[in-house]
Design a protein around this ligand. Structure first.
Ligand SMILES: Nc1ncnc2c1ncn2[C@@H]1O[C@H](COP(=O)(O)OP(=O)(O)OP(=O)(O)O)[C@@H](O)[C@H]1O
Ligand SMILES: [Mg+2]
Length: 225
């Protein structure tokens, strides 16, 4: 689970703006890629298509063998249950503890409370924040808050983890640390795609880099290539 294939995908908005143009790419299960390119290149649009927040104008997106553009509406919630998403603005709830925030995606499932806590603690431990489970978000540093957001995104063990500028507000050292976390998530078998405009940060991380320019793929480089 977690393979992705885009076949000749174009996204054109009503105003004629083409955010993606004839994009064909494949991602193997459990692989990791950074998506980069100038502002407006189409990075967020790419992730929104995978999250089914938008539909392609043309082409096919196949996730785990399923053409997601053709999923019936009622199947979309189940599709999203296997996705984890991280955004620059992490939207933590300020009146819930760190542990409660991380547990949130599981509370809507039928899982037992004790199992939810166990899972949430496992996710917190992956981002090195187990010791802070009882604190509130405002008591954490920006980088810690971002890591809580990441723990929340992986708590339901997604087979696809998508992140859009997850280090936007962080200083270079913290950014590197957070990007390192994503690289590590390959170990839990998830396919990971992280969009960032920070070329400098990702060049040295030994990970596939896909660069978009005005909606087209202009570079797709595996590490060591
Ligand atoms: N709903 C929309 N309607 C019209 N045009 C849009 C819409 N959403 C995005 N676009 C356009 O599509 C292009 C790609 O936008 P997108 O947000 O994917 O870029 P991005 O690479 O994420 O940029 P950034 O680095 O600034 O976040 C831009 O030219 C943008 O103006
Ligand atoms: Mg964007």
């Amino acid at each position: 689970m977690g393979s992705i294939a885009l076949h000749d995908v174009t996204k054109r908005f009503d105003n004629g703006q083409e955010a993606l143009r004839n994009v064909s790419l494949t991602f193997d299960e459990g692989s990791m890629a950074f998506l980069t390119g100038h502002s407006g290149a189409g990075k967020s649009t790419f992730l929104k298509l995978l999250l089914l927040l938008q539909l392609p104008t043309q082409g096919q997106i196949v996730v785990n063998g399923v053409n997601i553009s053709q999923l019936p509406r009622r199947r979309i919630p189940r599709y999203r249950q296997h996705l984890g998403a991280v955004f620059q603005d992490h939207h933590l709830l300020s009146d819930r503890t760190v542990l409660e925030n991380v547990a949130l995606p599981l509370v809507v499932t039928s899982m037992r409370a004790r199992d939810i806590a166990t899972r949430a603690r496992a996710a917190l431990s992956m981002v090195g924040l187990l010791a802070k489970e009882r604190l509130y978000p405002s008591h954490l540093s920006a980088g810690e808050q971002q890591r809580v957001g990441i723990a929340r995104a992986v708590v339901n063990r997604p087979n696809l983890l998508l992140a859009d500028e997850p280090t936007g507000n962080l200083d270079p050292a913290l950014s590197r640390e957070v990007m390192g976390l994503f690289v590590n998530f390959r170990r839990i078998g998830a396919t990971v795609i992280v969009a960032t405009h920070d070329q400098h940060l990702i060049e040295t991380m030994g990970v596939r880099v896909i660069e978009l320019d005005s909606g087209r793929v202009i570079r797709d480089e595996a590490p060591g290539a």
